[in-house]
Design a protein around this ligand. Structure first.
Ligand code: ARG
Length: 491
């Protein structure tokens, strides 16, 4: 009896905390107490203008968004930075190509598509025609020299592309605080080279390039090139300039870069050079790498644009919903399909270690009973409709002694563990802890749904169960939002 009593007090306390803390449930735990508020920069998504948007960029977008959400939830001050590939020879080709076969109207109406078309075509022409290649090089030279006309065309390409990206990110529920890019450092890299030289870290090679010996001992066993023979910068040089610039601007406590694992060496080199330059804050920089996704294709072929992935997801989900017996009549089926489909995409991606590669499979991600995002959304929608159907009174009046059956107890115990899971993810920045927690919560709920009836139960019992389900929905929604998923209330 005493034990049952203690348990009912505990149940009451868990439910109370879930409702009172709302979106902050789990985050007020002692696991996070004394956690100082930090300035965190997250550099993510960062596609290259005019080039293909590949699955790696999609992964960077959703992983970076998750990390930013999590850091924000933990109370840190987060700045989300999109570092576009917006400088380089590809703009020489685009500039030359646009003059040959560009259309102003097409550029205005669908810039990403049109610029990519031009890019593909001009590359083809340049392979056969030396003059095209020449004029591309000349265009880029003008850009580097600060020629106003060349720069204004480049600026137009960039502005219109970003404008379109912002719209697409919106569909994903992703936003950025800063749209930066490699172009910002097209001049500032010179300062980095000067500094490296002053510190005696810059070595000239016979080819006329400049390198930094990463051991710092001058034996050149491992080095990083920071200047081309014509004096221009490389990817690494611009990242060095960007890191220093961000330190000056934000005085960050930590900066996190999210890219595929192919860039691991790149970031280790950049961090090591910063260290050699004497910046102790190099230790505050972190690269979060992820693995390769194989075989993500749309029915039309390879993924070229971010929009393709989202549209394909929506389309396939709509088809699935049309076949499903449980689908409700919806006012906005397209929107719901998109939200559910994106949840499926995100859960598939976040289930394992970020560093592992995986093979993408459209059918698998949409299984409504498997460990999928569809299952999470379905659970959330079911719980929402329960709340709509039955009026749920005040928590104060519930009798928690009615929640001592095994199903309720396992749910309550699971709810209690949410803070530990958040803590784990905050430590290794891996979303999989939260994913598996939410999937288990949904499985427990599916079982409880079958046995813990509301209709036909005594009012006292029904009321207690309704509160339990309401608490589950709240925690489920919190977790989904952290992962970057917008929960739906009908599907
Ligand atoms: N634009 C690069 C790419 O597509 C990713 C940039 C990542 N961020 C950075 N600061 N280097 O590979």
């Amino acid at each position: 009896m005493a034990c049952a009593f203690r348990r009912s007090i505990a149940s009451q306390t868990v439910l109370q905390e879930v409702f009172e803390d709302g979106a902050h449930y789990g985050l007020k735990s002692e696991l996070f107490s004394g956690l100082p508020q930090k300035k965190v920069l997250v550099d993510f998504s960062s596609p290259n203008i005019a080039k293909k948007f590949h699955v790696g960029h999609l992964r960077s977008t959703i992983v970076g968004n998750f990390i930013a959400n999590l850091k924000e939830a933990l109370g840190h001050q987060v700045t989300r930075i999109n570092y576009f590939g917006d400088w380089g020879m590809q703009f020489g080709l685009l500039g030359a190509g646009f003059q040959l076969f560009g259309y102003e109207e097409k550029l205005q109406s669908s810039p990403l598509q049109h610029l990519f078309e031009i890019y593909v075509q001009v590359n083809k022409e340049a392979a056969d025609d030396e003059n095209v290649e020449k004029s591309a090089r000349e265009f880029f030279r003008q850009m580097e020299a600060g020629d106003e006309q060349a720069l204004s065309l480049w600026q137009k390409f960039r502005d219109l592309s970003i404008k379109e990206y912002v719209q697409i990110y919106k569909r994903l529920g992703v936003h950025f605080d800063e749209y930066s890019g490699e172009s910002f450092y097209r001049e500032k890299y010179r300062e980095v080279l000067r500094l490296l030289d002053k510190k005696g870290l810059l070595q000239r090679t016979k080819k006329g390039t400049a390198i930094v010996d990463l051991s710092g001992k001058g034996d050149s066993s491992l080095s990083c090139t920071v200047m081309r023979s014509d004096g221009t910068s490389l990817y690494a040089t611009r990242d060095l300039a960007a890191a220093i610039d961000r330190m000056n601007k934000y005085n960050f406590d930590s900066m996190i870069y999210v890219t595929d694992k192919g860039q691991q060496d790149h970031f280790q080199h950049v961090f090591q050079i910063l260290r050699l330059m004497g910046y102790e804050w190099a230790e505050r920089c972190q690269h979060v790498p992820f693995g390769v996704v194989q075989g993500m294709k749309t029915r039309r072929g390879d993924v070229t644009f971010l929009e393709d992935v989202i549209n394909e997801t929506r389309l396939r989900m709509l088809e699935n919903m049309a076949f499903s017996k449980t689908t409700k009549d919806l006012e906005n089926p397209h929107e719901i399909a998109e939200r559910v489909g994106l949840a499926a995409l995100i859960i598939q991606d976040f289930k394992g270690y970020l560093l592992s590669d995986y093979k993408f499979n459209w059918d698998r991600i949409f299984q409504s009973r498997g460990d999928t995002g569809v299952f999470l959304q379905y659970t959330h929608a079911r719980l929402s409709s329960l709340e709509e159907t039955f009026e749920c009174g005040h928590l104060r009046n519930i009798n928690a002694a009615c929640l001592q059956d095994p199903q309720s107890v396992s749910i309550l115990q699971h709810l209690l563990r949410y803070d530990e899971v958040l803590y784990k993810s905050s430590q290794d920045l891996q979303p999989r802890h939260i994913v598996s927690y939410l999937l288990t919560l949904s499985h427990l709920t599916a079982v409880a749904h079958k046995t813990l009836h509301i209709k036909g139960s005594l009012p006292e019992v029904a009321e207690a169960r309704l509160h339990l389900f309401k608490a589950v929905r709240s925690v489920l929604a919190n977790g989904m939002k952290l992962l970057g998923i917008t929960p739906v209330s009908r599907m």
